[in-house]
Design a binder for this molecule. Structure first.
Ligand code: FMN
Length: 205
């Protein structure tokens, strides 16, 4: 698949078929993640790929299972009807989009600095780097014909995933990634289209 085709096809997929993904394909997708730029040259990331449903259930134990569209009304930061609609689609699926995926991929980054209390922007470099790898992974999955979604772990979700998979304390999870074959009835959320006439600047703002 051409690069721009992959970029244009990529979207959050939260509804999957039961199809599994061959291990070689998952490996290729993870290899693409390691081609991302990195702040310190190490790329000392790990990826745990969970395909076993029993392990997945343990990993996702902390993910809320009972969210509804009503919970979106409590999100006071929402300021736009299209944005609101996208949350109304996404929020109730936070658990199903992961447990019904062919695999849950857990990227892991080393906590070299306190990214939750950064002294300056460069303290976030390790976090920014792993997010570059996540986008590579997502685009590679799209190029392979699969879809992804992601969820930021909140509260005790990371601790429960650590307990389920045994990764060391010195690593943290930037997000959970659900990956699988998109269901025929999957909903692609409406997007807010950037206005390049206003947002793209040449020479000066
Ligand atoms: C940093 C970041 C955090 C996100 N967190 C979540 C999340 O917790 N749950 C979710 O369903 N989607 C999450 N998303 C996906 C966004 O909702 C999605 O990318 C956005 O609505 C645009 O839609 P698209 O991916 O289909 O283009 C996140 C995306 C990013 C980049």
């Amino acid at each position: 698949m051409d690069f721009y085709e992959a970029v244009n096809k990529r979207s959050s997929v939260r509804d999957f078929t039961d199809e599994t993904i061959p291990q070689e394909t998952l490996k290729r997708i993870i290899e693409a993640a390691y081609k991302a730029p990195t702040n310190d040259h190490f790329r000392d990331w790990h990826f745990i790929v969970v395909t076993d449903k029993a392990v997945m259930r343990e990993v996702l134990e902390g993910v809320p299972k009972d969210l509804t569209v009503k919970d979106v009304d409590k999100m006071t930061f929402i300021s736009d009807p299209v944005q609101k609609e996208s949350y109304q689609i996404a929020v109730p699926k936070q658990y199903s989009m992961l447990i019904n995926a062919a695999a849950v991929i857990i990227p892991l980054m080393k906590k070299k600095v306190d990214v939750l209390h950064p002294a300056d922007l460069s303290n976030l470099n390790c976090f920014a780097s792993i997010w570059c790898s996540i986008e590579n992974l997502w685009l590679a999955a799209t190029a392979e014909g699969y879809g992804c979604n992601l969820r930021i772990p909140c509260g005790n979700e990371e601790a429960l995933a650590r307990k389920a998979t045994g990764f060391p304390e010195e690593y943290m999870i930037p997000c959970f990634i659900g990956i699988g074959r998109q269901a025929d009835n999957a909903i692609r959320t409406k997007q807010l289209i950037p206005d390049l006439e206003k947002q793209l600047h040449w020479q000066k703002f």
